[in-house]
Design a protein around this ligand. Sequence first.
Ligand SMILES: NC(=O)C1=CN([C@@H]2O[C@H](COP(=O)(O)OP(=O)(O)OC[C@H]3O[C@@H](n4cnc5c(N)ncnc54)[C@H](OP(=O)(O)O)[C@@H]3O)[C@@H](O)[C@H]2O)C=CC1
Ligand SMILES: O=C(O)[C@@H]1CCC=N1
Length: 295
Amino acid sequence: MNTELTPTEPPQKGRSDLTSIASIGTGNMGTALIKGIMSADEKLDVRATTNSAASAKALAEELPSAAITSLEDDAGANRKAAAGADFVFLGVKPWMMADTVADLAPSLDANTVLVSMAAGVAIADLATLAPKNKIVRIMPNTPSAIGHGVIALAPSAEVDETTVDTLRTLLSGAGLVVALDETEIPAMTGISGSGVAYFFLLAETMIAAGVKMGLSEETAKQMVVATADGAGRLLSEKPDPSAQRQAVSSKGGTTLAGLQTFIDAGLFDIAEAAAQAAGNRSLEMEKENSQVING
Ligand SMILES: NC(=O)C1=CN([C@@H]2O[C@H](COP(=O)(O)OP(=O)(O)OC[C@H]3O[C@@H](n4cnc5c(N)ncnc54)[C@H](OP(=O)(O)O)[C@@H]3O)[C@@H](O)[C@H]2O)C=CC1
Ligand SMILES: O=C(O)[C@@H]1CCC=N1
């Protein structure tokens, strides 16, 4: 691990032909994304920052070939990591974006592209914070860590095709990349960025149900995890959820009895309301963060 990182001694010196990326704020999502990207391209020059030294230490184990620094060890860590990077991924919490980008912006190269993964921070507001840099807004999800994420990509109008292609190639190491208009990000968040958690919630409820019906927690968990894995793989190979559901359902059988319970409880409405709630919250956060950024 390179923990000493200064502008005069860039990490991976002599590798200027390689794409360099900096990850500013590398927690759950930043780590998942950078892990996915790095596993597909081991030659990348990667710098990553955290707030605390303890998080930097833990991150170094997850991303052994990256140069990791923390603000606790060096107040200039973000600026130094971002210096000269081709792409700077912004992975701090949405409400920290204003201070973090305002601190970084003066030391960024004009060619550096800022890639924000924050929910509820609009491109126009990021552009206010970093007026000389091009901005791409993305919305990833956590399976990016194992190359099975979904990453929505919304470039601002100034970002050229070549840059979008390079970023798309980088992100494709983390999963499926889908180019969207920024106005579509709330919907994507509602079904995928946040949506992955709905599947985890369903898994939790099914494990609890199995335990209530007499299985041990360990057995129930093992079965539900394997069932989710099998369902996901099958759906991926044959992407028609309705057909897959029907293939499980025998006339007068057990599955229809279970499915009817979901339908009677209003599952379609619940799923729609959940996606809407997440999407609406994304829009609300855009307004809140815009007020913070623009005063
Ligand atoms: N989690 C998810 O599934 C998704 C999250 N997002 C977005 O990703 C962003 C990060 O969320 P998430 O990963 O969950 O949050 P985490 O809290 O897990 O990660 C935040 C990271 O930022 C670091 N940090 C805090 N302050 C600073 C700072 N001033 N400079 C540099 N690093 C700092 C933290 O370090 P330390 O650990 O030391 O505090 C931590 O590494 C959010 O904007 C969120 O909207 C988008 C899609 C999905
Ligand atoms: O919960 C959040 O706000 C973030 C954005 C999408 C997933 N997690």
